[in-house]
Design a protein around this ligand. Sequence first.
Ligand SMILES: C[S@@+](CC[C@H](N)C(=O)[O-])C[C@H]1O[C@@H](n2cnc3c(N)ncnc32)[C@H](O)[C@@H]1O
Length: 235
Amino acid sequence: MKPKAHSGGTQKEQVAEMFDSISRQYDLLNRLLSLGVDRWWRKSMAKRVRRHKPQSVLDVATGTGDSAIALKKCGAARIVGVDIAEQMLKHARKKPAAAGIEFVKADGERLPFDNGCFDAVTIAFGIRNFEQRRKGLQEMQRVLKQNGLLVVLELSMPANRIMRRLYKLYFLRVVPALGKLVSRNSYAYRYLPCSVDEFPPQQAFAAEIKNAGFERVKATALSGGLATIYEAKKK
Ligand SMILES: C[S@@+](CC[C@H](N)C(=O)[O-])C[C@H]1O[C@@H](n2cnc3c(N)ncnc32)[C@H](O)[C@@H]1O
């Protein structure tokens, strides 16, 4: 299922437009749909970054900034968040907790940064929406310093059969209904479960990360596999 927006345009433009259209309700819906667990997942991502003691961190597909804000605990002197959806960034910039974070409108598949300028790069719930995932991973690798850390947080299909059934029921019935009620955009919240379904399983995505120039790729399932954190080092 492809993202759908009103303008037509490229898939990337449609993704940007879709997120712009739900930007006002995005945070509320995240809390409601994940029952608040999304915050814990981002904290878990930030904990892994903190261990690396980075001075500079880039958060790709930062959206309304919650992933970049979670990274403030890492003690980095510089945190930059990029996204293609201007309205999402507008909400990020307004958040008092985001003070000090640089937000830049930019495409994760063509990052406007020099080679090797970040100690760590993160992406939370974003890579699933990329038009060219490989290009995105290669760009993240390019802007990382040697031995720099990549952390990808993404929704995933639980391996357990019963969990998987419950998950599908929740994502195919509850999520679109609640999404439509709050954001008036049923399409965006029907697109969400499809994009999770179409995303490669853990091992396949770990291989994609490796092929983009990373090593020591490690995948950790969170909350029974509802989300997965991938960590890798630039070769
Ligand atoms: C589900 S939101 C995640 C936002 C945030 N990271 C969080 O934790 O809530 C996905 C974001 O990915 C962005 N996105 C999709 N494709 C992108 C690309 N090629 N470059 C940068 N951002 C992109 C969308 O605009 C959207 O804001």
